[in-house]
Design a protein around this ligand. Structure first.
Ligand SMILES: C[S@@+](CC[C@H](N)C(=O)[O-])C[C@H]1O[C@@H](n2cnc3c(N)ncnc32)[C@H](O)[C@@H]1O
Ligand code: SF4
Length: 361
């Protein structure tokens, strides 16, 4: 059964300087894209009732209500389905929110990124802080379930103004917060023209530590980058990724995971429009699956469950990785739980290096 769906909308008004996502300012192509998207959905979707539907991008809020309705109408879902739409603060107004609600959208993810106008300009966002604050207020009026995205480690960001941001957002009672450390990715404007005044990696790590400490007083830090005010507000859709449940991915560059097979759609716009049904499945070896299970499990607050993994892969996880677990526990990067192990905050900060130790080449 496949009960989770990701839908990629690749259009944005402008391209942000740090962004490597498959997105571009070609909104004039919208109708042709939605036609292709619907073709792809009709071809692959097996009419299962969906538990989660996630419109991501790009900027899905750039679409008109009728466009979103056309896409949603392809699916079977109920009042219990968690349906998220990523929104740019500039697109948020009362009429749009009411119409989205009528359609059945019940979770909004707002791309705030920063509350400093200076920084928003440097990173090439199309909105300002005033618009972001009004957007949060408005969304909170109509939706109980919503989230904001923020980035730390941005040019000109200091520990002092990041701490002020943390204090500010804690007061706002936002049910869910996602925090990402800035990555300078190939193919972005920042890669070509590195920005000045970038905080060092050590400062970026301190920013993460401060966020984890401060937000944990009020929030459940349930995944590396995600904080929820209660379990009710966990991102159900993202939990499906982290728990390796099946999910559909529809649209340009979208990826899905079905019966232990992963696929990623083409990133080439013309190719997608010509043949949106095309899928290239990649079968994962047992070892790769196990590594994924460990990587994704360690992202979560509860860590990995040995019994669960052992049953699934017919191995003894604690024996197979005994030396690695013992070393990291001794050094304070991991800690034992009732069911297995989890990363400590110190471990999260070094997670890339730690996860590498599990990879068999
Ligand atoms: C799928 S992206 C796009 C969301 C939406 N288009 C927006 O920008 O508001 C989700 C989030 O990833 C984060 N992100 C994107 N590129 C990043 C980068 N290079 N480094 C760190 N975070 C990034 C941003 O916080 C962004 O809101
Ligand atoms: S960060 Fe979001 S809004 Fe900016 S270009 Fe990328 S997808 Fe579009």
């Amino acid at each position: 059964m496949i009960n989770c769906t990701y839908i990629h909308i690749p259009f944005c008004k402008t391209k942000c300087n740090y962004c490597s996502f498959c997105s571009f300012p070609l909104i004039s192509k919208k109708n042709e894209y939605i036609d292709a998207l619907i073709k792809e959905i009709r071809f692959h979707y097996k009419n299962e009732e969906q538990k989660t539907i996630y419109f991501g991008g790009g900027t899905p809020s750039i679409l008109d209500i009728n466009d979103i309705k056309r896409i949603l109408d392809c699916f079977k879902y109920s009042q219990n389905t968690s349906i998220t739409l990523e929104m740019n603060p500039n697109d948020i107004n009362e009429k749009k929110l009411l119409n989205l609600k009528k359609l059945g959208i019940n979770r909004i993810s707002i791309g705030v990124q920063s509350f400093s106008d200076d920084i928003l300009k440097i990173i090439g966002r199309s909105h300002d802080s005033h618009t972001a604050i009004s957007a949060i207020n408005l969304v909170s009026k109509y939706f109980s379930d919503y989230s904001i995205d923020l980035i730390y480690g941005l040019p000109k960001q200091t520990i002092k103004n990041w701490n002020e941001t943390l204090e500010y957002i804690t007061r706002l009672n936002i049910p869910h917060i996602s925090l990402y450390g800035l990555k300078i990715e190939q193919g972005t404007k920042f890669y070509k023209f590195p920005p000045e005044n970038l905080p060092s990696l050590d400062i970026q790590a301190d920013m993460y530590k401060n966020a984890a400490d401060k937000l944990s007083k009020k929030y459940i830090h349930y995944e590396f980058s995600n904080f929820a005010i209660s379990e009710k507000y966990y991102s159900k859709h993202n939990l499906a990724y982290w728990k390796r449940d099946n999910y559909y991915g529809f649209g340009l560059s979208a990826s899905g995971f079905i019966d232990k097979m992963r696929y990623t759609n083409t990133f080439n716009y013309r190719e997608y429009i010509k043949n949106p049904q095309f899928r290239d499945f990649e079968e994962l070896s047992k070892q790769k699956e196990l590594e994924e299970e460990i990587f994704l499990g360690l992202r979560l607050k509860e860590g990995i469950n040995f019994k669960h993994i052992n049953q699934k892969y017919g191995i003894e996880t604690e024996k197979k990785y005994k030396d690695i677990f013992e070393k990291f526990i001794k050094e304070g990067f991991m800690e034992k739980t009732k069911e297995g192990v989890k990363l400590t905050l110190k471990g999260i900060l070094l997670s890339n290096e730690i996860l590498c130790e599990f990879v068999e080449v």
